[in-house]
Unconditional design. Structure first.
Lengths: 160, 343, 93
């Protein structure tokens, strides 16, 4: 099972330029979404038929604090002018949407918040998601991001 | 395949705290989006209403060591941001502990489809054999965080919302809590199937072709038995220009433009993480009383495809209901419900 | 150039800088944005509906101009030139 991770504090812009470089929407994302986007990139960059629409791959995000780092930024913007581009990232599932958009994954996307990293519990939930008739594999990510400079971020692909 | 049933429900809404009183309010055409917090002396109003709904749902039902717990919410305790740990998993733990649940709780936070996603996951948990019951609770309370957010997106209507209407101007926000206990034992309503599909198009706008919603409808329709008859489809119906148009297209593509459609957000507002559960429980209750609720706020159709929606209450026939929802992040979800004991 | 033109030039550059910052247009410089190029749609900078809303905030925050509906926003934000012109005529700060 291929597993990838991004060390806490990594320069994400530099990593983006190295792995992608031609997806300007990256710069609108919050840190949680940037991490998910880059983890997915590391997992699927060499997929054949990449960017072909498919319904059989789920994208499942697991976290404890979700989009908290961005929520704090949005709350700050509320002090004078609430920011629409920050508000759209005040949900822990938006990152799954960004991965889906980039890779044309039209299958299931989900976000689950847990008390802490619990691999057996994550595996159990993923196994339950595999009851979907069409889903054949899943990108699974554990991303816990208390601030924009500090996180745990890892991801893997698992098949049904 | 193990059948999964709803064996208990609970509602805590500004319109009423029993299914009966809420249905009565609906039949009288009343609406109320916000709770009064007068007399509330606790800390988290969000956790309070979630717990209350769960307690109603489990009344008379035994919690076993194999009883699971899922909390469905978008923003939970966000009103306390910056002042305390607002992790949703923490809220889930506190509520689960108060109920006496022994398993590790999980939170499904999948934008506005969370309620459907949570019931779907609960169904899967029962089918996996690892749980004999699952308590699914959806709850949402409003706060400046959420209100300013939808306001800066210009998504809020200046007047009561008008689902599918040609003059619709956006959504109303609402708050509520609702809970359902799922079990493999026979109950009044069966949760037959469910699905989530992403449009893979835009993080906040729906697909112009209704891609994800159409795929969801197509998927759950495959689980309709030959003898089943669809009573109605309960739509998301937020009354934004784009959402309702998208749902009309999805319904039409799925061959459902003739099936009665019911939009409930005119009564409750958009209750976000609670919406799926509130609306499903209300739909089950209305069907049991023999009617399809009027789609409050609807007047004249303002979408590009035919939709069988009505501003009047209609008699319910058939034995199955589809709940359809969409949410930010490009998500769409559907749930298929069947009246228990009918097959 | 007369003083009116100079003021307009300065406003256009200012608008471009604020736009680049507000919309996270990484690495772009004012000289990369043509004054009359469409901001939306595939030929232009490829901005979307959230960008319209963010530009509405930009106008209110920096120039005291309130736009209440996104459709009006799209008209005003057709190009930097149209935007700067609108600002010059409607600014309250």
């Amino acid at each position: 099972m291929k597993m990838v991770s991004i060390a806490s504090g990594t320069d994400l812009t530099a990593l983006y330029r190295k792995l992608v470089g031609n997806y300007p929407k990256f710069f609108k994302m919050d840190t949680l979404s940037k991490l998910g986007f880059l983890l997915a990139e590391m997992l699927v960059a060499d997929d054949s038929d990449r960017f072909t629409e498919r319904e059989d791959r789920a994208v499942l995000i697991f976290s404890r604090r979700g989009c908290l780092a961005n929520d704090l930024n949005y709350a700050k913007s509320m002090e004078d002018f609430p920011s629409p581009s920050l508000f759209v990232y005040t949900l822990p599932n938006t990152v799954a949407g960004e991965i889906a958009i980039r890779n044309k994954y039209q299958g299931e996307t989900g976000a689950f918040l847990l008390e802490g990293y619990d691999r057996p519990q994550i595996d159990e939930i993923v196994h339950q998601v595999f009851q979907d008739r069409i889903t054949r594999d899943a990108i699974v990510a554990w991303i816990d991001c208390p601030s924009e400079t500090e996180w745990t971020a890892q991801a893997w692909i698992v098949s049904k | 395949m193990t059948k999964v049933f709803s064996i208990g429900t609970g509602l805590v809404t500004p319109l009423g705290s029993t299914v009966t009183s809420v249905l009565e309010a609906i039949r009288e055409g009343r609406s109320k989006q916000y709770f009064s917090r007068n007399g509330f002396t606790g800390h988290s109003f969000f956790e309070n209403i979630a717990l209350e709904a769960a307690q109603k749902a489990i009344s008379g039902i035994e919690i076993t060591p194999k009883t699971g717990f899922i909390l469905s919410t978008a923003k939970g305790n966000v009103e306390f941001i910056g002042r305390e740990d607002i992790s949703l998993a923490l809220s889930a733990r506190r509520i689960a502990d108060a109920l006496g649940v022994k398993t590790t709780p999980i939170v499904v936070s999948n934008a506005c489809i969370s309620g459907v996603a949570a019931m779907l996951q609960g169904m899967r948990m029962i089918r996996s054999g690892a749980f004999d019951k699952v308590i699914v609770v959806g709850a949402e309370v409003q706060s400046p965080f959420i209100e300013t957010g939808f306001d800066c997106l210009k998504a809020i209507s200046p007047e009561p919302c008008r689902p599918f209407d040609k003059d619709r101007q956006g959504l109303n926000l609402g708050e509520a809590a609702a809970a359902m206990v799922l079990c493999a034992d026979e109950g009044p309503w069966e949760i037959v199937d469910g699905v989530i599909r992403n449009d893979a198009n835009h993080i906040s706008g729906p697909s112009r072709t209704g891609e994800g919603s159409f795929k969801c409808l197509r998927y759950v329709l495959e689980s309709l038995a030959k003898e089943d008859r669809l009573s109605f489809v309960s739509v998301h119906g937020t009354a934004t220009p784009y959402n309702d148009e998208m749902e009309a297209i999805a319904l039409d593509r799925a061959g459902l433009s003739h099936v009665p459609v019911c939009a409930l957000k005119g009564y409750f507002g958009h209750t976000m993480g609670a919406a799926g559960l509130v609306e499903v429980i209300v739909c089950m209750g209305a069907h049991d009383m023999g009617f399809i609720p009027a789609s409050k706020g609807f007047g004249e159709l303002g979408v590009s495809r035919p939709v069988n929606i009505s501003a009047q209450e209609r008699p319910a026939s058939g034995n199955a209901i589809i709940k359809l929802l969409s949410g930010f992040g490009g998500v769409n979800g559907a749930l298929l419900l069947r009246k228990g004991g009918s097959l | 150039m007369d003083s009116k033109q100079i003021i307009m030039e300065q406003l256009i550059t200012e608008v471009k800088l604020k736009l680049i910052e507000a919309l996270n247009l990484d690495g772009m410089m004012p000289e990369d944005i043509d004054n009359n190029a469409p901001l939306f749609g595939d030929d232009g900078l490829g901005l979307d509906s959230i960008d319209v809303l963010e530009l509405i905030v930009l106008l209110e925050k920096n120039y005291g101009i309130r736009i209440d509906n996104p459709a009006k926003g799209r008209q005003v934000f057709q190009s930097v030139a149209v935007m700067a012109d609108y600002i010059a005529n409607n600014r309250t700060k």
